[in-house]
Ligand binder design. Structure first.
Ligand code: AMP
Length: 420
C-alpha cells in the first residue's frame, strides 16, 4: 500500500478529500476549525514536496448549490492556516474548473466548491416528489448512479494521485470518498496523515488489544448503540453501559426509574444483552446511583438516589458519586479504553460531573500506560470541554465512521485504498 510519507508529490496534482464540514455561525465565521487543522499536515506535505493539492470536501447537507453551504466561507481561514493563497473553484466540475486545475502550478492549492452541491457526490436522487412511486424512485436512482460515474471520472481526471484524509466520511461510498479511488493505480492512492492515524487507532482497539479492555458506552438510546454493544461483547473485558441507556436496563431488571429516559420496546433486548454478556464472561458495569432532577433542566432541584429507586416526578440526568467511583475503579485498572458517549446530560452544567469523572479516570489510566481512544461526537465534546483531550491517547474525528468501524463494518473509504 502506498503511504503519504513515502510519496513524492513534486510536479504532481493530488485530489485530496478532506472533511471541512465545520460549524459556521450566522455570519459564516468558523466556530470550531479542528477539522481544518486536522488536514493541514497532509496538505502541507503535498505543497512542500512541490505538488498541487486539489482540495475537495462537503459542508453540511445541501440539497443543491446554495450560498449557505459554500466552501468559499472557509477559504480565507484555510489560506491563513496553510500560509499560502489558496485558489477557489466556484464549481467542483465544469470547464472553468478544468482550466483552473490545468493552470495550477507546483506548490499552488485549489479548493473546490462543496462536492455535495451535486447529487452525484452521494449518488442519491434529489427533488423526488413525496408521493413518487417505487418505479419513479428506481428510475431516479438509476439516473443519478449513471451520472455519478461521469462526475467521479471528472474529479479523478484532475489529478495524478488520490489522497483520502476524510475519516469522518469513510463510512460512505460516495464519489470522492471511495468510488474515485478506482481511477488511480495502487501506487497513486493513499491515506492522508489524519486518516492513517485514525485507521491505526481503530486497529489498535480492534486487533492489538492490551487487557483488560474496557469500553464505556454512553448516550441516550440503546437502539442507536445496539450493534456496537453486541460487537464489543466479543472483544471487551468490561463494558460500562451508561448515560440515558442506564434506565432501560434498570427498568428491564425491575427497578423504578421515575421519569427517566427509557425505551420501553427495548426492555427484552436489554435483558438479552445482559445474558449474552454473562455467557461471554464480559463484566457489565451499570450505575448504582443516579443524580436525579425534578425536571429536564439545568436549574432543576437535584438529588442523589439509588438507580433502582428513582421516585415518580424525578429523572436521572447523570450518575451519582457511588457510580463515579465504581466506574473510575474499573477504568483505572484497564490497559485499553474506548469511550463513546457521556454519562449524563453533559450539556447542562449541573450534570457534567459524571462525564468529567470518567474523563479524568481515563486520563489517569493513560498516564499509567493504557491506550485510550475517545470518539463519537459527544464524548469528544466532553473531553474538549473538560480540557482533557491532551491526556488521552487518541481523540477520533470520526463520529459515525468510528462507530461503524468498531461495529466491525468495512468502511468503503478505507477499503477503497487498502483492498483495491
Ligand atoms: P448519543 O447521541 O446517543 O451519543 O447521546 C448523547 C446524548 O445523550 C447527549 O445529548 C446527552 O444529553 C444525552 N443523555 C445522556 N444521559 C442522559 C439522560 N440520563 N437522560 C437524557 N439524556 C441523556
Amino acid at each position: 500500500m502506498q503511504t503519504i510519507e513515502k510519496y513524492n508529490f513534486a510536479g504532481k496534482k493530488a485530489f485530496v478529500r478532506v472533511d471541512f464540514n465545520v460549524p459556521l455561525d450566522e455570519n459564516f465565521n468558523i466556530t470550531d476549525d479542528t477539522r481544518i487543522r486536522a488536514a493541514l499536515p497532509t496538505l502541507k506535505k503535498i505543497i512542500a514536496d512541490g505538488g498541487s493539492p486539489i482540495i475537495g470536501s462537503h459542508l453540511g447537507r445541501p440539497k443543491g448549490a446554495t450560498d449557505k453551504y459554500s466552501l468559499k466561507h472557509i477559504l480565507a481561514h484555510l489560506s491563513k492556516l496553510l500560509e499560502t493563497n489558496v485558489q477557489f473553484a466556484p464549481d467542483c466540475i465544469g470547464e472553468a474548473t478544468a482550466a483552473q486545475v490545468a493552470a495550477l502550478k507546483p506548490g499552488e492549492a485549489l479548493l473546490l466548491e462543496n462536492l455535495r452541491f451535486y447529487a452525484e457526490e452521494e449518488g442519491k436522487p434529489r427533488g423526488l416528489a413525496d408521493d413518487a412511486s417505487d418505479d419513479e424512485k428506481k428510475a431516479a436512482k438509476k439516473t443519478v448512479k449513471e451520472s455519478q460515474q461521469t462526475f467521479t471520472q471528472t474529479l479523478a481526471s484532475y489529478a495524478d494521485a488520490y489522497v483520502n484524509d476524510a475519516f469522518g466520511t469513510a463510512h460512505r461510498a460516495h464519489a470522492s470518498t471511495a468510488l474515485i479511488a478506482a481511477y488511480f493505480d495502487t501506487d497513486n492512492k493513499m491515506f492522508g496523515y489524519l486518516m492513517e492515524k485514525e485507521v491505526q487507532a481503530v486497529e489498535k482497539i480492534l486487533t492489538n488489544i492490551n487487557r483488560p479492555f474496557t469500553a464505556i458506552m454512553g448516550g441516550s438510546k440503546v437502539s442507536s448503540k445496539i450493534e456496537i454493544i453486541e460487537n464489543l461483547l466479543d472483544k471487551v473485558d468490561n463494558l460500562i453501559i451508561t448515560g440515558g441507556m442506564t434506565y432501560t436496563f434498570t427498568k428491564a431488571q425491575g427497578g423504578r426509574i421515575g421519569g427517566s429516559i427509557c425505551e420501553d420496546d427495548k426492555l427484552d433486548l436489554a435483558l438479552e444483552l445482559l445474558k449474552k454478556a454473562k455467557d461471554k464472561g464480559v463484566n457489565i458495569v451499570l450505575a448504582i446511583d443516579a443524580k436525579v432532577a425534578d425536571s429536564f433542566s439545568n436549574d432543576a432541584q437535584i438529588g442523589i438516589c439509588r438507580v433502582h429507586d428513582i421516585p415518580d416526578g424525578w429523572e436521572g440526568l447523570d450518575i451519582g458519586p457511588g457510580t463515579e467511583e465504581l466506574y473510575a475503579d474499573v477504568i483505572r485498572q484497564s490497559k485499553t479504553i474506548l469511550w463513546n458517549g457521556p454519562t449524563g446530560v453533559f450539556e447542562f452544567e449541573n450534570f457534567t460531573h459524571g462525564s468529567r469523572a470518567v474523563g479524568e479516570a481515563i486520563v489517569e489510566a493513560t498516564r499509567n500506560g493504557a491506550f485510550s481512544l475517545v470518539g463519537g461526537g459527544d464524548s469528544v465534546a466532553c473531553v474538549n470541554k473538560f480540557g482533557l483531550a491532551s491526556g488521552v491517547s487518541y481523540v477520533s474525528t470520526g463520529g459515525g465512521a468510528l462507530l461503524e468501524a468498531i461495529e466491525g463494518k468495512t468502511l468503503p473509504g478505507i477499503a477503497a485504498i487498502q483492498n483495491p
